[in-house]
Write a new protein. Sequence first.
Length: 269
Amino acid sequence: MLLVLFKKFLGKRQSHHPDSGSMQTPEQIVICIQEGDLRLRNQFITDYQPYVAKVTSRFCKRYIDPARDDEFSIALGGFNEAINQFSPHAGRSFLGFAEQVIRRRLIDYVRKEQRFSQQIPYSTFEVEDEEDNIVNPIEIHQAIEEYEKEKGAEERRGEILDLNRCLSEFSIQFGDLVDASPKHDDSRQALFVIAKKLALNPELMRIMVTKRMLPIKELLDQVEVSRKTLERNRKFIIAVALIYNGPYPYLREYLHIRDDSEEGGVASE
């Protein structure tokens, strides 16, 4: 539940912005394609190849090379299929619908590959280790992957719980952050910059952590925004500064934040 609130607090992070030379929405473009514009279809698919690669990588839980991995071709076919099947009257976004179709095609592909792989017994891959014990590298690899996945999930939960504890010291409830998050991406990005400046300034962080309040007066000397802006976004700035500054590698990764501890960040209490 806290992870859901955390994602809502930060807003939807969109990393792909295709430049199709048009102000039309994906839904409007798809309607034009369905009316027979073949040139537009080809351009649309080309523009959204990074999106397809991103969806495929997320599904496969690894980087997908469009030039080498079969999964990308399968996903691209699913994207093209979604163009044909999309209905503007269904009340959903095209990209959301396309992701569903892509995932279905990838699931079909994985199931087919698994059926093939099951024809080869695991014992084929068994080898002897240095002590003459029979080991299976595939089973070991799968066990390690599962362990790392569970460990990562547990550490993410731990980071969110610790952040929630820190926020409570500022009289901030985690649920409040959803309402505190700016609705526009430009505003969020501007506040990220302010929060990072705060996090990388040891003196400002010392004041914030000691007094349990945003050092607005001191921060105004570092940023070009009004006092009203800082006061209105106090909770958001504090939360993001704590993430930047604290022991939260997983949360920073979600924010695409590089670890700046070597640049002068101080540990939050």
